[in-house]
Design a protein. Structure first.
Length: 135
């Protein structure tokens, strides 16, 4: 019976455990918060942290500015080293392209609008406030 239980465990795992084992989040508690907060989509739908993850499922994970869409290749419930974690999933080509474009746009935006060396004085702060309130 022990072997049967092991083989059934390998076929699916809880979503929060899988995200933790795949090293998307540092702890299971953070993974659960992100799932409950709508930052993780399972097969393009919001889900619960107890959802069973199966092979060939698509998971979309939002982390800060980054959004990754990954295909589940393997199942694991225990956290191991990073090289093992990378074997659990494969990022889709579309996701890689979108992330590269967004990264480039963010870099160009920073280069076009550099931060000033000094804080705005009182008059400049008033102008900024007026400008923001108009929009």
């Amino acid at each position: 019976m022990n072997k049967n239980n092991k083989s059934q465990e390998n076929l699916s795992a809880r979503l929060d455990k899988w995200l933790w084992a795949a090293r998307f989040y540092k702890t299971r508690a953070i993974a659960k918060q992100m799932i409950d907060g709508g930052k993780v989509f399972y097969n393009n739908q919001r889900t619960k942290s107890s959802k069973a993850v199966n092979i060939d499922d698509v998971i979309r994970v939002r982390q800060g500015h980054e959004e990754k869409e990954v295909l589940v290749i393997a199942i694991a419930e225990t956290r191991r080293d990073a090289t093992f974690a990378q074997t659990l999933y494969k990022e889709t080509e579309e996701s890689i392209e979108v992330r590269a474009k967004n990264s480039l746009a963010r870099q160009q935006g920073i280069l076009l609008n550099p931060a000033s060396d000094t804080k705005p004085d009182k008059k400049q702060r008033r102008k900024l406030r007026e400008f923001k309130e108009r929009i």
